[in-house]
Design a protein. Structure first.
Length: 367
């Protein structure tokens, strides 16, 4: 589904001033500037400055022109309004041309293909479309909002501008999607208590079945779940942050298997429940975020999905379980067998190539 909002933006190459139109009307009516001044009660200087675009046509002046030049007041007011808007757009176009290099940081083609922004042939219009996507007035405002937040999240200053651009675009798309979801006000205790119910959803293979249930459970506790496709070179599994009265848990399906997806969900749930509000948490490859909290979130996810006492009781050290044994254990603890395989692979009990047929794979479907 293409959700980009197309904005018809006309940027003139030249300007027609209201004074030029007024001068044409004077010639057509056989009037001079002096005679118009006499008929309207305006000074000769005022008329001359309007014609030279040094003064504006006010609402009062427009009404006087209506009575003397036989054109309605709104005609003259609209001339002035359109001129001022065109003048501002032309000046803005000149300013934007100084920032066209900013486009090079973003995967414009991928964003347009996903329907996040419209694809424009004219670079200044493409830049304007990108600014509308981020809801900022200029690249400087984007940098103020996003570079600062992402550098804080990564606890380092070495993140490249392109990395920040790609991640910010993905996060911004999540904000837009979350804004469209109706959620209750965030309730920490309710969300924590809902994790047992969420865990049961791992047994459902079809995403079309479990995603609506997951969204509904989380929304009731004030958490918006949004699935946003990964942009090229994103390398992020999930992200969490609070905006106003609700949390956003954003998921990319990076890894594409159910063990990775559900681990990410419970990892992000730990950030929501146990870690300071108002911070951005990102889980991805090679991202130097706050390591202590990330380790806490990893342990939380592991223990919530498969309690360690049950795992240690079932699988003896030095023993490689069969797939049938894994399936039996998974059924006994009400968890998807692919999640058990992923955990055992992570712990080194199973080689990474063993048991993957028990995992469920997900792909983004073009709508």
């Amino acid at each position: 589904m293409n959700n980009a909002q197309t904005v018809n933006e006309y940027v003139p190459d030249y300007l027609v001033t209201p004074g030029e139109v007024l001068e044409d009307y004077l010639q057509h009516a056989g009037l001079t500037q002096a005679s118009l001044a006499e008929r309207t009660g305006l000074s000769k200087k005022t008329i001359n400055e309007i014609i030279k675009a040094k003064s504006t046509i006010t609402a009062e002046t427009a009404l006087k022109f209506e009575r003397t030049l036989n054109r309605p007041a709104h005609f003259w007011s609209n001339l002035e309004r359109q001129y001022q808007e065109d003048k501002t757009r032309l000046a803005d176009k000149i300013r934007l041309e100084k920032h066209l290099h900013w486009l090079d940081y973003f995967p414009i083609n991928a964003m347009a293909k996903l329907g996040w922004i419209e694809k424009c042939k004219i670079k200044t219009q493409q830049l304007a479309a990108l600014l509308r996507f981020f809801a900022v007035a200029s690249p400087a405002q984007w940098e103020t909002l996003w570079v600062r937040e992402l550098q804080t999240a990564f606890r380092e200053k070495g993140t490249s501008q392109k990395d920040v651009a790609v991640i910010s675009a993905w996060l911004r798309r999540g904000e837009i999607a979350a804004h469209q979801q109706r959620c209750a006000k965030y309730d920490r205790h309710k969300f924590r208590d809902s994790l047992a119910e969420i865990r049961k959803l791992t047994m459902i293979k079809d995403a079309d079945d479990f995603v609506p249930k997951l969204e509904s459970i989380c929304a009731a506790a004030g958490v918006a779940i949004v699935f946003i496709p990964a942009l090229p070179k994103l390398g992020i599994y999930g992200a969490t942050r609070r905006i106003n009265d609700k949390y956003i848990m954003q998921l990319s399906l990076y890894g594409k298997s159910n063990d990775q997806l559900w681990f990410t969900i419970f990892h992000e749930a730990c950030h929501i429940i146990n870690h300071p509000q108002g911070e951005l948490y990102i889980e991805g490859n090679g991202l130097e975020s706050e390591k202590t909290r990330e380790k806490e979130a990893d342990v939380f996810a592991q223990n919530m999905l498969i309690p360690p006492n049950l795992l240690n009781h079932f699988f003896l050290p030095g023993h490689t379980p069969t797939l049938q044994q894994i399936e039996g254990f998974a059924e006994s603890v009400d968890i998807a067998p692919g999640i058990v395989v992923g955990r055992l692979q992570h712990d080194g009990v199973l080689p990474m190539s063993y048991g993957n047929r028990l995992k469920v794979r997900y792909e983004w479907v073009k709508s």
